[in-house]
Design a protein around this ligand. Structure first.
Ligand code: PLP
Length: 394
């Protein structure tokens, strides 16, 4: 009774899911402390104290009627908070409460954006390696995913991108900082990316939107955050509070555009319609109310930077080769075995280390590791990583 498409996707069940199940099995046998689970991208740093203070205050003074349906675009105070946060971060970018829509996470925002603009078989370019869900989101909106490999150092290969664009290209999804590699494209790369898109538009007649997926926007270490609004035209800015504020389970994100963009009013009307009719609407009204009351949406992310440094040290010590991550909470090292799936199997079965093969992200020969784990786990895994690397030399 299940649709052919879903049936096929279920049989190719996600690697992250498989690793999660393997982790549960190994933890039951060896105890949680003896399994080094680096497979999941779940934020480990809790929301700020002010969030819980706001929740307590609200619980003691609830608003009558405050839990009924709200406008499909989201609470106006939440949208205004997001607009002023973006203005503080990126300057005068034309984003107002009228051009922000609150969504069910960044995931919801991406689905809303794609559903709003795609006609059947319109092409959406996804860089590889990718966040696995993108291809499903494109399918949800009846589009066609087209893959464009990132360069060896995970920057955009402009020649590859140029050869991927056709007259049917409707959007490119760009995630920066990037899951799974932890790389961050600087301002000049965003500018040359934009210049190429405009050139190709003139050549092919396509109208190309950039879905700038930025849920790791505040998890950037030692580098300046680039300003996508200043560099990219026809920009749909997508972000969420999942990672920046540690609220992943609350499912609150947003989609924002510059009100001066051509067709801004039509895009907003389409987003609101899609948000409603996709069925999930915008996220919890209580969480929208809480984030509206926070003194700031800007957070220090020192905890992730410390973990990044510790993980880099452990992997370097063991001998792994990788491009050092600049943001997010993932590293994407080269697999010491040609077969990355065999490597991850070996890591799990012999060393209790849970990793995800690069094949699961559309780039073989690598593996992904999330350092959103306890500092203790990172340190305890040191010897296991060394032994694993040594074993691969044999
Ligand atoms: N985009 C990327 C690149 C992600 O890594 C994730 C979550 O892991 C999402 C989007 C979805 O985030 P959210 O929890 O805000 O829906």
């Amino acid at each position: 009774m299940i649709s052919e498409e879903i049936k096929q996707n279920l049989t190719q069940s996600s690697w992250i899911r498989k690793m999660f199940e393997e982790g549960q099995r190994l933890k039951a046998i060896h105890g949680a402390d003896n399994v080094y689970d680096f497979s999941l991208g779940n934020p480990v740093i809790d929301p700020p104290k002010e969030y819980f203070d706001a929740l307590k205050t609200y619980a003691n003074n609830p608003i009558s009627g405050g839990h009924s349906y709200i406008p499909n675009q989201g609470l106006v105070e939440a949208r205004a908070k997001v607009a002023s946060h973006l203005e503080g971060r990126y300057g005068d970018i034309g984003v107002t409460d009228q051009t922000v829509i609150m969504t069910s996470g960044a995931a919801g925002a991406l689905n809303v954006a794609l559903r709003s603009i795609l006609n059947e078989d319109d092409e959406v370019i996804i860089f590889t390696p990718f966040f696995v869900e993108y291809k499903f989101y494109v399918n949800n909106a009846k589009g066609k995913a087209v893959y464009c490999p990132l360069a060896e150092d995970f920057t955009i290969d402009l020649e590859e991108l140029a050869s991927t664009i056709t007259s049917r290209t409707k959007a490119v999804i760009l995630n920066n900082p990037h899951n799974p590699t932890g790389q961050l494209l600087p301002q000049e790369d965003l500018e040359s990316f934009n210049a190429l898109l405009r050139e190709k538009e003139a050549e092919t007649g396509a109208t190309i939107h950039v879905l700038y997926d930025d849920p790791y926007s505040q998890l950037i270490y030692d580098y300046d955050a680039p300003n996508p609004f200043a560099a990219i035209e026809r920009l749909f800015y997508v972000s969420s509070f999942s990672k920046d504020l540690g609220l992943a389970g609350e499912r609150l994100g947003y989609l924002a555009i510059d009100g001066q963009m051509d067709g801004a009013g039509d895009y907003m009307a389409a987003f609101v319609f899609a948000n409603r009719t996709l069925g999930f609407g915008n996220a919890s009204v209580t969480v929208q109310r809480m984030i509206s009351q926070l003194p700031t949406l800007t957070q220090e992310q020192a905890g992730y930077k410390e973990r990044r440094n510790a993980m880099v040290d452990v992997l370097t010590d063991a001998g792994f080769e990788f491009v050092e991550p600049k943001g997010g909470f993932f590293i994407f090292p080269k697999s010491p075995l040609v077969d990355d799936t065999a490597f991850c199997k070996l890591a799990a079965e012999k060393f209790n280390i849970l990793l995800v093969p690069g094949a699961g992200f559309g780039r073989e020969g690598h593996f992904r590791l999330s350092y959103s784990v306890s500092p203790k786990q990172i340190e305890r895994s040191r010897e296991a990583f060394k032994a694993l690397f040594e074993e691969c030399k044999i």
